[in-house]
Design a protein around this ligand. Structure first.
Ligand SMILES: [Zn+2]
Length: 290
């Protein structure tokens, strides 16, 4: 088994034919390592855009790819056929920092080759998710590659960020800090039909209170001061993708607004709740003077 840590740079531009913004890959960088994470080889190519003649200032500044570099680049087909030759039929797990590179890769194969699956992609691990488990003080917020590297005590002072090969090599340094073969293997997913479906699934909030996907048992509020169950005093409302209702705690004599959001992902529904204090039921304006 081998690992390929890959990183893509892409350009986002408006496509007149598709009438929408599309991400087009401009650079592939990758490092091939064995199970001991020893580097076997690296890969780096720039791709000539089929959609634009000039790069936006933002992309030029971010990637330091010049218009000249881009015009001299390889075609998409040639670049990825060389990439496949470079892998040379090895059994590889592909890793990338977050899954946005993989989404763009899938989109580009669809757009330029008219195929729904990326031919060489057999197993995948989101390196960001993997490393994040080892970084304290980060929580569930997605951490960028540079910040993660710094959190892991990697000296990043000589790194050129947002060049594909440099970023993939930095990804490797992060992986080395927390490498556990079994754990990584457990996180590897097979790139089957379900993988592609999950990748293209757009998470949305459920805003219909009658949806059978809503777990009604979660729509109960417990007092955050005394832990007693609270009594709902109003109908549910749905504002800004969040359901809310007024709840009363009899023992604390307090009214709160309880908010609950249901976000539907491909294979689970995420529930978030919060409580906002309201005035006590017997408060009146005159009492504020005391
Ligand atoms: Zn209470």
């Amino acid at each position: 088994m081998y690992y390929v840590i890959m990183d893509l740079e892409w350009n986002n531009s408006y496509n007149k034919i598709k009438k929408c913004f599309v991400n087009e890959i401009l650079e592939i960088g990758a490092v091939l390592v064995d199970e001991q994470l020893d580097v076997i080889d690296t890969f780096s190519v720039i791709i000539k855009s089929q959609l634009i003649k000039k790069l936006s200032g933002r992309v030029k500044n971010l990637t330091h790819i010049s218009n000249e570099d881009m015009r001299m680049g390889m075609s998409f087909h040639r670049a990825f056929s060389e990439f496949e030759n470079w892998i040379a039929g090895r059994d590889c797990i592909f890793l990338s920092w977050g899954n946005s590179d993989i989404r763009v890769l899938v989109d580009n194969f669809d757009m330029f080759c008219n195929i729904k699956n990326v031919p060489f992609l057999t197993q995948y691990v989101d390196l960001q998710k993997y490393c994040q488990e080892f970084i304290v003080n980060v929580g569930s917020q997605q951490i960028g590659l540079m910040n993660a590297a710094m959190e892991m005590g990697i000296d990043v002072s000589n790194c050129k960020f947002h060049r594909a090969l440099e970023d993939s090599l930095l990804g490797l340094r992060c992986l080395k800090k927390c490498y556990n073969k079994e754990h990584l293997m457990n996180l590897a997913v097979i790139c089957d039909e379900a993988f592609y479906k999950k990748l293209s699934f757009k998470a949305t909030y459920i805003t219909n209170i009658n949806s059978p996907k809503i777990d009604k048992s979660k729509m109960k509020c417990t007092c955050d001061l005394c832990s007693a169950p609270m009594k709902r005093m109003s109908d549910w409302r749905c504002i800004n993708q969040s359901f809310s209702a007024i709840f009363l705690c009899k023992s604390c004599e307090r009214l709160v607004t309880f908010y609950i959001k249901f976000k539907e992902y491909y294979d689970h529904i995420d529930v978030k709740t919060s409580i906002a204090e309201m005035k006590k039921p017997h408060d009146s304006d005159t009492e504020q003077d005391s």
